[in-house]
Design a protein around this ligand. Sequence first.
Ligand SMILES: Nc1ncnc2c1ncn2[C@@H]1O[C@H](COP(=O)(O)OP(=O)(O)OP(=O)(O)O)[C@@H](O)[C@H]1O
Length: 247
Amino acid sequence: MKGLRSAGGAEPERPADAVAFHGLSAGYPGRLALRGVTAAFPRGRTTAVLGPNGSGKSTLLGVAAGAIVPLSGSVARAGSTRPAFVVQRSAVADALPITVEETVAMGRWAHRRPWQRLTARDRAVVAECLARMGLEGLADRRLGDLSGGQRQRALVAQGLAQESDLLLLDEPTAGLDLDAQDRISTTLAEACERGTTVVHATHDLADAARADHCLILKDGRVLAQGPPATALTGDTVRESWGLTGLL
Ligand SMILES: Nc1ncnc2c1ncn2[C@@H]1O[C@H](COP(=O)(O)OP(=O)(O)OP(=O)(O)O)[C@@H](O)[C@H]1O
């Protein structure tokens, strides 16, 4: 991934896209999960990535995060910081012997080495992110001892603590109670207002309708993309999920 520069070379361009994929194919041994995806995450906006189970949403986020190497095609990343990637809570082992506070503090590893002591500013960021997710009272609890929703909030707090200009989240509000959903939605909207590009995979159509941009996948290909008003129509939803007569 690389930053983009203007033809004149003096000033870096401010490209419209935080990440642009061109003809991207990616997957796992013996399984192609993305097939010729040409799409973009607009810079400083929220993008909702939608599609049925197995359509390639997590894989696309993994490629944007640099965790999955494309098989072919290109990925251009315009930002200057390492992307923050909030995985699904099921991807985190129950037996991890770390506390909630330590989990959130790991977000600061993007700024210093794991063995380096946290600075006063690091500690202030960790405390603020714990508070934003309503986790102050759980800071000393083991991550693996938390409920699913509490654990999810800890992972989102870790992503926020990274203070990246690109925040990628894999179904951050799935299975959460209304208060936790509201906290996360509000926090992500605030991050976007501060200029962060926010991209989240979701199965929640109402959530997606509030995003600035939608990207709908089906069988590893782009079915539709654009503002919700044009991309998230009855036709695209029916076609993507193969629904008959429900919408
Ligand atoms: N670690 C893996 N090894 C092999 N195949 C995988 C792996 N992870 C995902 N896949 C396969 O890649 C394809 C895309 O999966 P992906 O997780 O990207 O879909 P998704 O849209 O995020 O699904 P969901 O809504 O269920 O989270 C699926 O066919 C899936 O079975």
